[in-house]
Write a protein that binds this ligand. Sequence first.
Ligand code: SF4
Length: 238
Amino acid sequence: MSLFENKDDLKVLVETLNFKEKVERSLALIKEAFELYGDGLVVANSLGKDSVMVWDLAKKVNKQIRGFIVTTRFKPKETIAFMQEAVARYPELKVYKSDIVIPDKLYETDPDRCCDLLKVGPTRQAINEMKVKCWVTGLRCTEGRTRTDFKEVEERDKGLLKLNPILIWKEREVWQYLALYGVKVNPLYAQGYRSLGCAPCTKITSDENERAGRWIGTSKCGGECGIHTRPLINGEGI
Ligand code: SF4
């Protein structure tokens, strides 16, 4: 049966599939999507641990699979260096960035608007320019309060499929995969970060919630930049 049409209970799968079964399921989802969409299948690579794992899985399915990175003027220097290494190794990874003029410290006064301009806009641009039919993300349903209601295969925007092939993975299992397969990660993790974003909006915390260090002190705390919640086709502005 097609995994694309599965009605499996994801919460059960999170707890019952073992590591090998999760690897096989993730690979099967990407393989099925690649057979359906070919070059229209593109991986969104945020350069976090989940993204580099999905990128590694995608390369196991087919070396030709393309990807895009959305970066901003506020990314930490370690992430920029890590991005430059990734792009040098994989020229099929395209980088998108907005140079739009924004008010000073917009990330403090209106972080939603800041993310909309610097992250959602370039994501829309990538999807449009790369003629993406199915984008692949590193979302996981155990990652935080805002990530519990996603599906492995979704169509939030009509005509644009979204594949979340590691949705049922736990944080520990992602690290297990990265260690077992020798996948290099952003050096910021060694400093204690668990979820990576722009420098002004990302802190090290000891909170149990994996995304608790994101947007601390704002209404967005532990939340989302918007690429998983805002329309990506026919959205407003760039
Ligand atoms: S994470 Fe912070 S700095 Fe980066 S785009 Fe969002 S609000 Fe702006």
